[in-house]
Each structure stands twice: as C-alpha cells, then as structure tokens.
Design a protein around this ligand. Sequence first.
Ligand SMILES: Nc1ncnc2c1ncn2[C@@H]1O[C@H](COP(=O)(O)OP(=O)(O)OP(=O)(O)O)[C@@H](O)[C@H]1O
Length: 265
Amino acid sequence: MQLTQNQQAAAQKDSRSMLVIDDVGKIYPNGTVAVQHANLHVGEGEFLCFVGPSGCGKSTIFNMIAGLTEPTSGHLTVLGTSPKEARKQNEIAFVFQEHTLLPWAKLIDNVTMPLTLRGVSKKERITEGERVLELVGLKDYMKVLPRELSGGMKMRVSIARALISRPKLLLMDEPFGALDEITRQTLQNELLNIWEQDKKMSVLFITHNVFESVFLSTKVVVMTPRPGKISDFIDIPFAYPRDDEFRTQPEFGEYVRSVSNVLNH
Ligand SMILES: Nc1ncnc2c1ncn2[C@@H]1O[C@H](COP(=O)(O)OP(=O)(O)OP(=O)(O)O)[C@@H](O)[C@H]1O
C-alpha cells in the first residue's frame, strides 16, 4: 500500500500510535464487502478484544493489519509505516487458533524458527528460545516434539514463537477458541501476566466469548454483521493484575452484560 506524503507525515507525527486505521474498507475480488468505513486508533500497551458475529470481517481486519491482504479503500499504518514494512521489521506477530507447529521439530526449534529464517546465530537462538519458553512455563520441554503436548501446551508454544521477535503488536485470532474452559482461563491468566511484563506491547485479540473479552481487555471493539463496521468501543476500566477472583466480581458481570447488550442490538 502506497501512503501519500501527508499520510506518512501524520503517522510519523503520532509516533506512539501502534496502529491507525483510517476509513478502511475491503471488498474481495468476488464482490464480498467484508469491511466498510473502519476507523481505529491503537496506542502503546493497549489490549483490545474484537467481538462480533461470524463473518463480520474481524479476520479480514487482522489480515490487513498484518499486511497479508490490502484494503481496497482508506489507509492503515502500523508504527507509522505500512503493514508490510512493519512485518518485515518484525514489529507484528500473529497467533492463530490452529497452532501451526512443525510436527517433526523439537519445541526449541519450533519457537526459534523465525530467528532461524533470519539467519540469527545458534547461540542467540537458544538464549531467546529459552527466554520465551520460560515465559510460557515450558522451559523443561525444550527437546519435546509437539505430538507429546496437550492442546493448551501447543497454544503456549505458538505464543512463545510469536513473542520471540519481541513484537510491538501481537495479533491473536481466536487463539483459545478450541480449548476447554479451564485451560482457556489458565491461558488467559498467563497471557495477561506476559503482557504485563511488557506493557509496551499492544495486543489485538479476536474472540466470540464475551467473558473473555471483558476479562482480558482495556477496551472491547464491537463489530456489526456484514458488511462489517466497527460500531462501538467499550472501555473496560478495571486495573491489572486481574485474577480469577475478578471473574466473580459483580462489576465484571455488569460489563459482560453491557457488552452482550451492545452485541445483540
Ligand atoms: N479471501 C476471501 N475471498 C472472498 N470472501 C472472503 C475472503 N475471506 C473472507 N471472505 C468473506 O468476508 C466476510 C468476512 O470474513 P472474515 O473471515 O473476515 O469474518 P470473521 O468476522 O473473522 O468471521 P469468523 O468470526 O467466522 O471467523 C465473510 O463473508 C467471508 O465469507
């Protein structure tokens, strides 16, 4: 995507903007209008959860942010530059619902794969691999193959691999959707712990689970049914750390209810 000089200047001026989405639309070649007039500004260290009905364009927005597909209107900058450039500079990392681990590679080789592809030395790869496996509580499993892990552990490895390049923007597309409720809550707690250790990293997280959106985020972004528009922003004003007790608080329930109400209207 080519930015005009004015757009580049505006993005650079606001240098702490992680992401600026300005009147972005996406029409696929088959004519499907996936996203219309989306506007969003994400600052450093925000944790945004995207909720909305199936097919409302959440993944399309994420793919545009990651530079995997281009908007057909409007413009979008990540850290003051184009998404493709930001990805090249390893500022963006992506975690999908499917773990996408290499079945024949030990965990240390799986998590360090992005560094291997960039030609980083083995010594540095091991140091960084140990760092991220420690972050997700899997340092003792370095030499294990993915098939020996549970679903939750595989997701931890995917998160570790995304963190290895120290991204400034972490995109997570329904990462916990396939996990059982207890594992899901454990991973939510762990993800918040990791994020709190690096409050400069911004996280964008797609979920269909309203409880999850309120538990995790600083702000919930609500999208309308197709053609997808961003219709509401709901600030979640509760302090971190948030723990399991927070899930039982009446205020938590109130916010879950208000996000559900906005979603259903
Ligand atoms: N490559 C594509 N070509 C054509 N249409 C597409 C393409 N990718 C997505 N779409 C369509 O664009 C719309 C938005 O899809 P998208 O996957 O972004 O929605 P979503 O909100 O992430 O859905 P879900 O919650 O079910 O994952 C849908 O109607 C989908 O069928």
